[in-house]
Design a protein around this ligand. Structure first.
Ligand SMILES: *Cc1c(COP(=O)(O)O)cnc(C)c1O
Length: 386
């Protein structure tokens, strides 16, 4: 099977794990601090604005907690979002207000977000579909104008920039994922950025039981009753560890080459697929936007899309549609807003394999099989419905 996503790990990551074993310190320690500092540097922000966590989902839950989202508060987010983003709002009693996306880019436009902002809106939560920044800069300006928070789910956008600014750092809070399906992987893991370092400190406290250490390990022996502590906020335990961080440090060093390879595959797909009748390739990004190339997606007639996906699966090619619209989930559905761009995109779009381990031959197989399936089912449909 040619997979949709696949991590690429090598000897360097194994060696880094070996060093952690040799240290004998597996928990959150110096390697996690080093990874946080390197990630802050990669983004171009201060170390005190970055907190590592054990998943991006946890980062999203921390974000809604830091913003004190509660009953009666609305958060505007695209229906095409990771389910954890809406869960993070609803779990606190807040109301996710789903907005539409552009059917080509699968990102929401600024005007669409503006239309959904009302007196109860406390925050806007956007992602960068497939790694493309979208209108994040103007959405950030809109949020500032309204005095509401912007959270960026930058899980797809680990290396994405708009006019030189890293995605995830346009708003008040940003979160990244390093789970096994992402570009930079650590097994499980994530990062949280807070524009306000005080919020980052609070996130770090919440992620470690709310502990306010009165002394601790470092002061053992030099201070009486070093085991006593107090808690501030009633936190959980969602820290990462030095094994994951050691892997992350190596992967961060390889990130530019990962993104270069992904970009090459996208160009190869474009060259083979752009002229295929009945198929549309992803739109060009505006100048100044840099993608991480997390998804490659195509659009086709909705009446053949599912047959094409099934045929590709038969041929050993895994495809999917990310992210199934949340406003159609029974749990989130009532009352159902009209989101025509979202519904069109969900019916016509297919994400095809894209990872930096894919070789040229595999990419060409994917493109050729896709083109053949579109031609076959497209012709069959024309015969039955002229
Ligand atoms: C993968 C993903 C997440 C979740 O990340 P985890 O680290 O697995 O919790 C969140 N948002 C988006 C857009 C994602 O693609």
């Amino acid at each position: 099977m040619i997979n949709l996503f696949e991590p690429v790990l090598g000897e360097e990551e194994l060696a880094a794990i070996g060093e952690v074993f040799a240290d004998g310190w597996l928990g959150k320690g110096k390697r996690t601090r080093a990874f946080e500092a390197a990630f802050a540097d990669h983004l171009g922000v201060a170390e005190e604005q970055i907190v590592s966590v054990n998943s991006c989902t946890e980062g999203l839950f921390l974000a809604t907690e830091l913003l004190e989202i509660g009953p009666g508060d609305e958060v505007v987010l695209p229906s095409v979002s990771f389910v954890g983003a809406a869960n993070a709002v609803a779990a606190r009693g807040g109301k996710p207000v789903f907005c539409d996306v552009d059917a080509d880019t699968l990102n929401p436009g600024t005007a669409e977000i503006a239309r959904r902002i009302g007196p109860a809106t406390k925050a806007v939560l956007v992602l960068h579909y497939g790694g493309c920044p979208g209108d994040v800069a103007t959405i950030a300006a809109l949020c500032r104008e309204h005095g509401i928070a912007l959270v960026e789910d930058a899980a797809c956008a680990v290396a994405s920039r708009a006019a030189g600014t890293a995605c995830g750092t346009f708003g008040d809070l940003g979160v990244w994922s390093f789970d096994a399906m992402k570009i930079l992987v650590t097994g499980d893991g994530g990062m949280l950025y807070a524009k306000d370092p005080a919020l980052a400190r609070r996130a770090a406290e919440l992620a470690y039981l709310g502990l306010r250490q009165l002394s601790g390990y470092a002061e053992a022996g030099t201070r009486k009753r070093w085991w006593e502590f107090d808690v501030g906020p009633f936190g959980r335990r969602s820290v990462t560890n030095d094994i994951c961080s050691a892997i992350g440090m190596v992967q961060l060093g390889k990130l530019p080459s990962f993104v270069r390879r992904r970009h090459e595959i996208c160009r190869r797909y474009d060259a083979r697929l752009a002229a295929v009748p009945g198929l549309r390739v992803p739109p060009r990004m505006p100048p100044g936007h840099e993608s991480s190339y997390y998804f490659y997606w195509v659009r086709m007639d909705s009446r053949i899309r599912d047959d094409v996906a099934a045929r590709l699966h038969e041929r050993g090619i895994y495809t999917s549609f990310r992210y199934a619209p949340l406003h159609l989930l029974p749990a989130y559905g009532a009352p159902r807003p009209e989101l025509p761009g979202t519904e069109r995109a969900a019916a016509e779009t297919l994400c095809i394999p894209l990872h930096h381990g894919l070789d040229d031959r595999e990419a060409d197989t994917v493109a050729d099989e896709l083109a053949a399936a579109v031609a076959e089912f497209g012709a069959a449909r024309e015969r039955t419905e002229p």
